[in-house]
Design a protein around this ligand. Structure first.
Ligand code: 45D
Length: 320
């Protein structure tokens, strides 16, 4: 059988992913929008993990100053309605602007609103609001997740807000702005126990330097990258847009891996380690696996990034 994206998806198939994340996210969307907003507020304020001061710096906040200013001027009822509309994907001007933003800017927008709610400048969740028992249960479930999984649930909800007229979340269709890579002199070379594949090491080094053009150059022309809980993004152009949009400020800390021959001259490589987001820095280390399928030329034919079920999975390098 020839190697395909589909066949590559199941390399190292005994990798245990954090399936509690999609399960919790699904349960979240079954709640009423009022409950969703209240739950996010309690989750965000009670989780005990804090956003780093430097974080909004990655968020291109200039793009949302206008909208935030507009919201500040509104009556409390209109402010609540604006949040309700965003969470319920209503077709509004703010909903359309929101959808056009990069993920980090969406997060920055809510971070700012959260601050304004704490200060009482924007309408908070009404004091004494009673969540439904279902919502209380979802909140309890979120609190039991590890921090990396908690922030992934939060991020998912933020990403899906706003109004998208043509479901244009496909990365091939939109071009994200470029950013400045880290100066060569300031870069550090990654070492991964058990891994000597140049492609894998340069992938990590380029990603850590936010140097996405050479990172994408490591992929085969029709190569694919599969983010946690998502479908593969196929082709260099789409992957480049995705990286520009979602990977600024990420810190990849791979620890160890295995590499072995696969069929038709391909090689399969699994690496485990931590990834930090600029939002939480070293406060939250997400447990991650990269499952690479390298083609006979050493290019990345496929890489899946998995959020792992538990820290124990970091040691699971079983050749399967
Ligand atoms: O609605 O190798 C309020 C890839 C109440 C690339 C609120 C990767 C109302 C390739 C509280 C105000 C990217 C795949 C809301 C690797 C309300 C690659 C606010 C992996 C919404 C390794 C809520 C990268 C707020 C990974 C402010 C795994 C919420 C990256 C803020 C993961 C939530 C990054 C924040 C994650 C969440 C970042 C800031 C999970 C950030 C999460």
């Amino acid at each position: 059988m020839a190697v395909s994206i589909q066949s590559a998806q199941s390399i190292f198939s005994n990798t245990e992913i954090a399936s509690a994340v999609p399960a919790t996210t699904d349960a979240f969307y079954k709640l009423t929008v009022e409950d969703q907003l209240a739950l996010l507020w309690y989750a965000y304020t009670e989780m005990g993990i804090s956003i780093t001061a430097a974080a909004p710096g990655v968020a291109s906040m200039a793009l949302v100053e206008g909208v935030l200013g507009e919201i500040k001027q509104m009556s409390p009822a209109a402010q609540s309605k604006t949040m309700f509309d965003l969470a319920s994907n209503a077709d509004t001007t703010i909903g359309r602007i929101y959808t056009s933003l990069r993920v980090n800017t969406k997060l920055g927008f809510w971070y700012e609103l959260g601050q304004l709610m704490k200060q009482g400048v924007v309408a908070p969740i009404p004091a004494g609001y009673q969540m439904s028992p279902e919502a209380t249960q979802v909140l309890e479930n979120i609190k039991k997740l590890d921090p990396g999984q908690q922030i992934t649930v939060l991020r998912n909800t933020v990403v899906h807000m706003g109004y998208d007229p043509d479901f244009s979340q496909e990365y091939g269709k939109r071009s994200a702005p470029r950013s400045t890579p880290t100066a060569v002199a300031e870069r550090v070379k990654t070492q991964i126990e058990g891994i000597s594949e140049k492609t894998v090491l340069s992938y990590i080094d380029n990603m850590n330097a936010f140097d996405f053009t050479p990172a994408v150059g490591l992929f085969a022309e029709d190569g694919a990258l599969q983010p946690p809980f998502q479908k593969p993004i196929v082709g260099r152009e789409a992957i480049l847009n995705y990286m520009r949009e979602e990977c600024i400020g990420l810190k990849m800390l791979p620890e160890r891996g295995v590499s072995e021959p696969a069929e038709d001259g391909y090689r399969q490589v699994k690496v485990t380690g931590k990834v930090e987001t600029p939002w939480f820095g070293a406060n939250v280390g997400m447990n991650i696996a990269w499952r690479f399928m390298l083609d006979p030329q050493g290019q990345i034919f496929f890489v899946a990034i998995d959020l792992l079920a538990s820290p124990k999975e970091l040691m699971n390098l079983m050749r399967k």
